[in-house]
Every structure is written in C-alpha cells, then in structure tokens.
Ligand binder design. Sequence first.
Ligand SMILES: Cc1cc2nc3c(=O)[nH]c(=O)nc-3n(C[C@H](O)[C@H](O)[C@H](O)COP(=O)(O)OP(=O)(O)OC[C@H]3O[C@@H](n4cnc5c(N)ncnc54)[C@H](O)[C@@H]3O)c2cc1C
Length: 335
Amino acid sequence: MKVVRHYPLLTLNTLAIESTAEYFAQPKCEADVQACVQFAKSNNLPIKVLGGGSNVVMSDHVSGLVLQFTGKSCRVTHETEASVTISVEAGYNWHDLVMYCLSRGWFGLENLAYIPGHVGAAPVQNIGAYGVEVKERISAVSGVYLDSAQAFTLAAHECDFAYRESRFKQALDGKVLITSVAFTLSKVAKVQVSYAPLNKMAEQQGVPTPSELARWVIEVRQSKLPDPNQLPNAGSFFKNPVVSQAVFERLSARFPDMPGYPQTSGVKLAAGWLIDRLGFKGRAFGPVAVHELQALVLVNRGGKGSDVLAAARQVSQAVLECYGVELEQEPRLFD
Ligand SMILES: Cc1cc2nc3c(=O)[nH]c(=O)nc-3n(C[C@H](O)[C@H](O)[C@H](O)COP(=O)(O)OP(=O)(O)OC[C@H]3O[C@@H](n4cnc5c(N)ncnc54)[C@H](O)[C@@H]3O)c2cc1C
C-alpha cells in the first residue's frame, strides 16, 4: 500500500473544492489501516478519514495523512428464514449496497436509496431519509482506533445514535476508522411509507414493493436535489434545529404557517423553511449560492472551502437574526 504526498482531493469531494492532502493512502483491510497508523505515528501526522467526500468541506490544504478505506466486500454472517445479517466493508458505495440488498431480497434500506457516500460514513451521522434512519438497521460497527491501532466492535446500542448524530461524531470524533458495518435486514417485504410524499404516492398508486419504493425515492430525490456531478454540493448544509415548546409557540405566533414536528426533547423546525422564508433561494454569495429549488442546499461554482463556510455563515446569521434560532452545519470541516 502506497502513501502518496501532496495528493489532490478535487475529485474526492462532492463540493468540488480544490484541495491537497499532505499525505494520502487507501487502505483496504484492517492490517493496512494499522500500518497507516504506524506511519502517521512515526511521522507525527494527524490522521483524517475520508469516505466518498459527500459530507465534508475541504480547506485548501489538508494537513496530515488522509485515509480512504477501499475494502468493499459484503458477506452474510447470520441468516434465518425471516432475516439476514450482513457485514459490509466501509468502502462499499452506499447506494450500490441498497440496490444489491434489494436484488437479494433483503429489505429495509430502500428508503435510504440514492444517498451519496460510502458505507463507513453511514453510522457517523446516522444517515436518514424518507422516514428511516440507518440506526434502525445497524447491528454493529467495527473499526480501528487511530491512537492505539487496536480493532474494536461496538454494538448498535453502544453507538449513541440520534438525529444525524452518533458516538463517532462525539466522543470518538476523529479517533476511529470504521472498517465495516453489520446490518440486520428483513427477508419479508414490508415497506415504510409513512413519510408524507411517499404516503401520497402510495394512496395514488397502491402500496409499492420494496424495489418500487426505492424507485420512487430515487425519482423524488432526483427531482428535488441537485446532482453533485452537475452542480457541486454536499446535500443538506444545515441540520433541522430542535427548539423548546415555548420557543416554538413564540415563533408560531409570529409565523403561523411555520412547520414544527414534535420530538421527545422539543419541536423540530424545518431549516429549509426558515431559510426559504428569508427569500434566500437562488441567492449567491460570491461563487457559492443557495440552490434555487432547495433552500437547505448550498451549491459551489468554483469556490474554495472558505467561500462555502462564508456563505453558510451569512445564511445562519440571517436565520439567527430573524428567528433567534441557531443553525448547526451538517458537513464536517476537513482541514
Ligand atoms: C446530494 C446529496 C444528498 C444527500 N442526502 C442525504 C440524506 O438524505 N440523508 C443523509 O443523512 N445525508 C445525506 N447526504 C450527506 C451524505 O451523503 C452522508 O452524510 C454520507 O453518509 C456521507 O458519506 P461519505 O462517504 O461521502 O462521507 P464523507 O463526506 O467522506 O465523510 C463524512 C464524515 O464521516 C467521516 N467518515 C467517513 N468515512 C469514515 C470511516 N470509514 N470511518 C470513520 N469516519 C468516517 C469523515 O471523517 C467525515 O467526518 C447527502 C449528500 C449529498 C451530496
């Protein structure tokens, strides 16, 4: 396995930011990762873990050793008549995995079709879409600690999963490389269409099969979200903020049409609605703009990481001034 110096990251991030890694390597197994950890230790380099680059904002120069795990195997570790548990290596493309599982008659991931990125990043922010979060299908996460090079496996209940959150973004942030994820999937076709747009389609067209549901999700996503290959972006740039009931009621009095979704800890607001209502759709901040149709998405037309962050600051500042609500950025900074 080669460690390369001054490696270009332009094609490895969906915001298409021109950036260079000080060192770069693509381990494909646990032993490779352990060798990389030793290399980093010997050269006093911090390690940064990159997946498909669809949820990161790169700075011009990324210091240290950037590792992109490339192992892509998928094997069955347990099977019953009703379910299957698979262990999938972190380098497997997420959407390809969803489609592969469907082709094998393994159900439960279809609502998460067409999310960019690699399997290894899915538990990091507990990816979710159309009424399903990946935590509902994960049974364990395995990887390597980047300080000791020791391997670990955490059961799902040890991963502290929450909305776009996990232990890998909190206590273990920057401290592990995930090498594989175990999923338990159903062999019984049962679809989850409670999310409003899917529910409407089910009312009009009948309850879909899991494969049809994946097709619907892909169609809706293609019609709503810009394709990063044509218009570089990192998906939703801000998390939906959760506010207290009292704050929600105060805001509702000022903005009666503001959507709010009750949670155990308060009320979740739609960050896209807050931004849209400020008239920001299509607004450009230098080379970075709020997408014309999707207020949550920032699109990058040749800007640097600092341009993207500056645009995000302007948007979140305007939201704070108007509503008194702080927006939290979803993509991670890679510097
Ligand atoms: C058009 C578009 C639509 C999107 N839609 C959704 C959506 O519907 N729902 C959703 O939840 N997200 C969505 N996203 C965000 C993104 O796709 C997910 O967060 C995805 O899981 C990121 O995967 P990645 O491999 O590209 O991770 P990267 O962007 O490479 O990394 C993201 C973070 O995970 C860490 N990481 C990556 N791999 C590993 C590993 N093996 N071990 C340890 N840490 C690791 C990185 O260090 C970084 O902090 C969207 C993005 C785009 C561009």
